[in-house]
Design a protein. Structure first.
Length: 403
């Protein structure tokens, strides 16, 4: 409200100045006389009259449209934005300044307001295209576009904010992470990967529509030959697996790498048809379960919105503790596996067949001091600990199975 009052007062003050200049030049010419005085008046007259006409020019006739290349995409992608402005009249306009306002996101550098100036003239349509390069992870909102008209000397400036709402969600990047089903005799014990999705492929219970990611060996070729529609075999489950991924969302030097690794693991779990659930350790959001593409998109949206949490005591609800206790495999992603964090996870995951703690590091030199002691403590609790750098995400589970 105060901003609108200030803007209106400023506009009328500018109009008063223009009128004062025109009247002053006229009075000077009347009393002074001579060629020079009247030349000054006639030189200022068209500019002043144009400024006065611009002041009364209505901005209500302007129509603005924003078009985005996409509303959902991965971080690092360039966002293409097109802004179109239309008007009804042919009144000549000199300078038009468009401002597109963005807010939100997890990394604000280089984002915010985008500006562009045009010399409009007699046209009724203006098109503006720009790029927001290398978009970082986050959720972004473009709420309005501001139009500003300016006369020759900047005496009159008219502004109008037009609501044009768009929301963009930038997911974290994903890399290919390999889940390797392993079943081998080692020192008289059967070592089975908790991430395998085993089915008895000799017993076909039904068929369903083919979905992206289904294995070629599961296609029901007889049905395809009969109906020319791809169908996938449904097998009897030999063993069901539950994967629980717990993300330590405290601030760290490798925070964005942790987001990438978490998204990549969950994507691999979805492709393997694992029943998975995602939990944000220090957030207040509920557990997200993931068994379909739609639910995977919901998890990616959660990962896009996550901000680093302040360090605080971890208190898991009784419901969540029960779910963790029933999970066959628990994966931790953290950069700081301190004692309290590890003790709490261990206490509520006693029934899990496997707990793997991935410690995301920037380089090998980071494994020293307190971090090294924490890794040793995690191993003493029976956890499998694997330090991993971003370039090692693809082979991370292979390294775990070697141990």
């Amino acid at each position: 409200m105060m901003a609108n009052i200030h803007q209106s007062f400023s506009a009328f003050a500018r109009l008063f100045v223009v009128c004062a200049i025109l009247i002053g030049a006229f009075v000077f010419a009347m009393f002074q006389g001579g060629l020079v005085s009247w030349t000054i008046f006639y030189a200022l007259f068209p500019f002043a009259v144009y400024s006065i006409c611009l002041f009364f020019y209505p901005l209500a006739s302007f129509r603005v449209k924003r078009t985005l290349q996409a509303n959902y995409f991965q971080s690092g992608t360039d966002l293409q934005v097109t802004v179109e402005v239309n008007r009804k009249s042919f009144f000549p306009l000199l300078y038009l300044v468009l401002t597109d306002k963005w807010s939100g996101g997890n990394q604000q550098e280089g984002f915010g307001e985008k500006h562009q100036m045009f010399i409009w003239g007699w046209k009724r349509h203006v098109k503006w295209q720009y790029e927001m390069k290398n978009m970082p992870r986050g959720e972004y909102i473009a709420s309005e576009i501001q139009i500003e008209l300016i006369d020759f000397f900047g005496w009159i400036r008219k502004k109008k904010r037009i609501p044009v709402h768009h929301q963009v969600t930038v997911y974290p990047q994903t890399v290919q992470v390999e889940f390797i089903p392993i079943g081998a005799e080692q020192e008289g014990k059967l070592a089975t990967s908790p991430f395998s999705f085993l089915k008895d492929t000799t017993v076909v219970t039904s068929v369903r529509d083919y979905q992206s990611g289904d294995r070629v060996s599961w296609i029901h070729w007889k049905s395809f030959a009969r109906t020319e529609t791809l169908m996938t075999k449904e097998f009897e489950d030999k063993r069901s697996e539950d994967l629980t991924l717990i993300l330590d969302d405290r601030m760290s030097a490798t925070f964005e790498d942790e987001m990438i690794f978490a998204a990549s693991i969950l994507k691999a779990a979805m492709q393997e048809r694992l029943s998975s659930q995602f939990f944000q350790m220090y957030g207040e959001e509920p557990v997200l379960r993931m068994q379909s593409e739609i639910e995977f998109k919901q998890v990616l949206t959660r990962l896009a919105k996550i901000h680093p949490a302040e360090k605080k005591e971890t208190l898991l609800s009784s419901t969540l503790s029960k779910e963790l206790g029933q999970s066959s495999a628990v994966v931790l992603i953290t950069a700081s596996p301190d004692d309290s964090f590890l003790d709490h996870i261990r206490s509520v995951s006693r029934n899990s067949r496997s707990i793997i703690c991935f410690v995301v590091i920037a380089n090998k030199k980071a494994i020293s001091g307190v971090l090294l002691e924490n890794i040793k403590y995690a191993k003493s609790l029976g956890m499998t600990v694997q330090p991993v750098m971003r370039r090692q995400f693809t082979e991370a589970f292979k390294e775990v199975m070697k141990k």
